[in-house]
Design a binder for this molecule. Structure first.
Ligand SMILES: Cc1ncc(COP(=O)(O)O)c(C=O)c1O
Length: 324
């Protein structure tokens, strides 16, 4: 429960497509830019194929964004706390991050971001690891408030009712990244995408490694995209289980933060690294963020199935009892 992947397991339609792939000719290259998947995404969102760039996980999309819009030595504005790999992709492309702290409710400090100097802005909503979404008007203010690209990482977007993706046609400085790794249950296939205005998408397509989305990954992702039932069930289970797990954590005396994603951040009374280690000894993996500034002693768990959540709470109870 430490990677915020789909607790229901692998995508069934994707797995069926994977089995059918046994008969394809893997001696041939896939389409250079994953056009089959781009067409499907265009249909789903009512946009054009040329609004999309697809690749090897949304991590590749983030990397391509840096390569396209940032030169070595330039600065990218990120929020803190945020997804750890945001600063990683800036760094490996020779850039520097200027981080702007979230406020005490883990919401964006819009004025500070707008006045910060930097080539582009990179945020994720729902935010990882804090598990809340940002106010829509704040994200919109960031996009409308300057001409530089604003990247909205929506890796967990399917779990919320809203998305900025349909707006990429309206704002030519908005880039939205999404993934098949979470609600679609395909983390192992490594498929992700970004959406942007056709002009920006074309610029990024030129920078991206051709064929980075392989033949099998593309077919499996298309099958998963067409199967809305699994996606809807995945989101429903998270929404049904979230109150149960939150209450269970609260009953253990932990501070539980608001969640709109498939994970929850919480702060136990005992040292978070010790609790994480003791849970791991009992076969339950959660993530410790206790050493991160502003998340002192905090932990994050994926929202699992009822069985997973019950085991997690039970093991926590055992550990707490042991430490009394
Ligand atoms: C906020 C966020 N963005 C992007 C990613 C990367 O996802 P992918 O598996 O598509 O590379 C993750 C994965 O955990 C994430 O939490």
């Amino acid at each position: 429960m430490d990677t915020s992947t789909n607790a229901l397991g692998g995508n069934p339609a994707g797995l069926r497509a994977l089995q059918e792939c046994a008969s394809i000719n893997v001696g041939q290259y896939p389409s250079t830019y994953g056009d089959g998947l781009r067409e499907e995404l265009a249909k789903l969102y009512g946009l054009k194929r040329d609004n999309f760039v697809v690749g090897n996980g949304s991590d590749e999309a983030l990397d391509v964004i840096m390569k396209t819009f940032m030169e070595p030595g330039e600065t990218v504005i990120t929020a803190h706390p945020a997804y750890v790999l945001h600063s990683f992709f800036v760094k490996i492309n020779g850039g520097r991050t200027a981080t702007v702290d979230l406020d005490e409710d883990f919401q964006l400090d819009v004025d500070s971001i707008l006045s910060a100097k930097g080539k582009l802005v990179l945020i994720c909503t729902p935010n990882n690891p804090t598990s809340n979404t940002f106010r829509q008007e704040d994200v919109r203010a960031l996009v409308e408030g300057s001409n530089r690209p604003v990247v909205v990482d929506e890796a967990y977007g399917e779990y919320t009712g809203s998305s900025f993706l349909p707006l990429v046609d309206r704002y030519d400085n908005l880039i939205v990244t999404r993934t098949f790794s979470k609600a679609y249950g395909l983390a192992g296939m490594r498929v992700g995408y970004l959406a942007a205005s056709e002009g920006m998408a074309e610029a990024m397509q030129k920078v991206k490694i051709p064929y980075s989305l392989n033949l099998v990954g593309e077919r499996v992702a298309i099958a998963a995209l067409r199967d809305r039932e699994f996606l809807e069930r995945s989101v429903r289970v998270v929404n049904e289980e979230r109150p149960y797990l939150m209450k269970g954590l609260e009953d253990l005396g932990f501070k539980v933060f608001p969640s709109e994603a498939n994970y929850i951040m919480f702060r136990p009374d005992m040292p978070s690294d010790l609790l994480t280690a003791k849970l791991s000894d009992r076969g339950v993996l959660v993530r410790d963020f206790g050493k991160v500034r502003m998340l002192e002693n905090c932990m994050r768990t994926t929202i699992g199935t009822r069985e997973m959540n019950s085991v997690l709470l039970e093991r926590m109870r055992e550990v707490l009892g042991e430490c009394l």
